[in-house]
Design a protein around this ligand. Structure first.
Ligand SMILES: [Zn+2]
Length: 406
């Protein structure tokens, strides 16, 4: 405040002395800032810091989220693997069930065979018992009767032989049926044992199946937990993004307020500006490259030396052209070579020129502030593609724009 008052006082002295000499009045551009602007700039700085810290929190949450997503994916892949293991196990169980039912059928068949063998054995045994009983009950008398009925001695011998053979035959048949019965019983026993073995195998596989299902259920629970965590992180991200957007809007509003206040001050101090040596604002913020630099170059076809009096900044058509510094628009017009062009006087014989614009949003006499949009990039005039040709004139001649840009 004190310094400002001092400057005003010195300014007043200059005004008094210069007015007499009829020399234009200049006030140092530093005075084009005031408490309101400084306050806004302070708020802007604060908002920018806030935004930076939000952005870093956002990055942290995003990397946490990425970690969670990766773990969830791993779990899902694991579950898919478990699922295919479970399929294998189910197939194994199916195969065992088929084997078991085959065995059951075999056992049933064998059981029927055994039943058959048992009844044959029993019938044979009963027949033998009847025969023995008959011979026993009738004693030798029947045998003797039978033998006595023989017509000859040869017949007698034959009959005796027949009786012996009859009992020997009975005995052989009975033994044979007993053997068969035992064989069938042994076979049945074997089948029962085989079936038990299969059932043991099946219950082992079923235990495996249970364990796998439990594991899968556990992993699915884990996934649900991760999903909860992920949606929390996503909510946090949305919140951070909303807060960042809010800060962006605050910054934008403050920038606008600063620019407007500066413009108001400029209008107040019209014709009273002096270039204070400050850095230029880059006039084509959307530029992609320097398509042609300031300086002398050899013409690619003619081979002659040519001087390029500005810097060509290739930029999309319609992208903004900004005033490089505070000043007054001294020309906003069209020429066949420069196309739509703007010239700004920054005081101290320092002028900037902007060419080939697609549109111009200022007119002669407009006071503009550093960074204010004055038009849009285009390809009007002698131009081969959308770009901003930016020249700087100082004390009546072209100088390198790089002296003021960085
Ligand atoms: Zn050019």
């Amino acid at each position: 405040m004190k310094r400002k008052r001092g400057a005003r006082f010195v300014g007043l002295l200059i005004v008094t002395s210069l007015l007499a000499a009829r020399v234009p009045l200049f006030v140092h551009a530093e005075s084009l800032t005031n408490d309101k602007i400084r306050e806004s700039e302070e708020s802007k700085k604060h908002a920018e810091e806030e935004r930076k810290s939000l952005k870093s929190s956002l990055t942290d949450v995003k990397s946490l989220l990425a970690g969670l997503e990766a773990t969830k994916n791993d779990l899902q892949n694991y579950i898919t693997e478990l699922d295919s293991d479970l399929d294998d196990i189910n197939n194994k169980i199916d195969r065992l069930n088929t084997l078991i039912s085959d065995k059951e059928f075999e056992i049933q068949t064998t059981e029927a065979e055994l039943e058959q063998a048992r009844s044959v054995e029993e019938a044979q045994y009963n027949a033998m018992k009847r025969r023995i009983k008959f011979v026993y009950e009738h004693g030798e008398a029947s045998k003797i009767e039978m033998l006595l009925s023989s017509k000859s001695f040869v017949d007698f011998l034959n009959k005796a032989e027949f009786i012996n053979k009859m009992s020997a035959y009975d005995k052989r048949m009975l033994d044979s049926y007993i053997d068969t019965k035992n064989l069938v019983a042994a076979k049945e026993q074997q089948l029962i044992e085989q079936k038990l073995g299969l059932e043991d195998a099946k219950s082992a596989v079923e235990n495996e199946q249970d364990a796998l299902q439990t594991l899968m259920e556990d992993k699915e629970k884990e996934i649900t937990a991760y999903e909860g965590d992920i949606s929390n992180k996503e909510a946090a991200i949305a919140e951070y993004e909303a807060m960042i957007a809010e800060q962006d809007q605050i910054i934008k509003d403050l920038e606008k307020a600063i620019l407007e206040e500066k413009k108001r001050l400029l209008a107040e101090n019209k014709k009273a500006i002096v270039y204070d040596g400050g850095q230029f604002k880059w006039p084509a913020p959307s530029y992609t490259r320097i398509s042609d630099d300031y300086g002398t170059r050899t013409h690619p076809i003619l081979g002659t030396q040519q001087f390029h009096n500005g810097v060509d900044m290739a930029a999309p058509s319609g992208s903004p052209i900004l005033a490089a510094y505070d000043g007054e628009v001294i020309a906003a017009s069209y020429s066949p070579t420069m196309g739509n062009y703007i010239m700004i006087d920054h005081g101290d014989s320092l002028i900037t020129i902007y060419m080939h614009a697609s549109s111009v949003s200022v007119s002669e006499g407009t006071m503009v502030a550093r960074g204010e949009q004055i038009g849009c990039v285009g390809s009007t005039g002698r131009s081969t593609g959308p770009h901003l040709h930016f020249s700087v004139r100082q004390n009546g001649s072209y100088v390198s724009p790089w002296n003021f840009l960085s």
